[in-house]
Design a protein around this ligand. Sequence first.
Ligand code: DC
Length: 219
Amino acid sequence: MIIAIDGPAGAGKSTIAKLLAQKLGFLYIDTGAMYRALALKAIESGIDIKDAVSVVKMAAASDVDLVNNPGGGALEVFLDGRDVSQEIRQPRVSRVVSDVAKIKEVRQILVKLQRRLGSQKDSVLDGRDIGTIVFPGADKKFYIDAQFDERVMRRYKELTGLGQAVTLEEVKNDLCNRDTIDSTREHSPLKRADDAIYIDTTKMTIDEEVETLLQWIKR
Ligand code: DC
């Protein structure tokens, strides 16, 4: 069974997807983490993000892997065998990841990997194009949304909770910029699949969100 969860940055997708996967005993596949791992590698290798040819060459020679810890521990993200779970959340990565994700060939490489991972086991995937491109035949599709100010506040709390020194203004600019790039890019833009269930989580608690999705899944 494949559960697809799409939506804009900061809408709470990854929190819900992870909890849902735990409750159902499914694999959790955070596809945004994969784009982030490649963005991190480009930064560390000194590759100009605007130089698509070099970014694609780098992506093709990279090994990105996700490891679900049994018992619901945090998802671990590996880049060429190194645990980069923390580093991929840094603002320097968030700032450029949308530019990496808009490159067609980078998407092709990661979509292939996402399909392979998702085909091995019942999975919950979260991202931008899961219900439209990666698994258009997913058993259940959700589009998770929340009002912009609420998304900014959630992302701000998440990042400051991780000990990062960011301002509300920086988070606002980052989300605004990523919303624009993610939804207007040429290849696989963020778009609600026609058959996706739309859920506005602005006024919902995390428990309510997970319960709502579970109800839909049981139907
Ligand atoms: O969900 P996130 O914020 O970690 O995602 C990071 C970026 O990766 C996001 O700005 C857009 C991109 N992304 C994508 O293009 N397609 C996906 N399936 C997942 C993420």
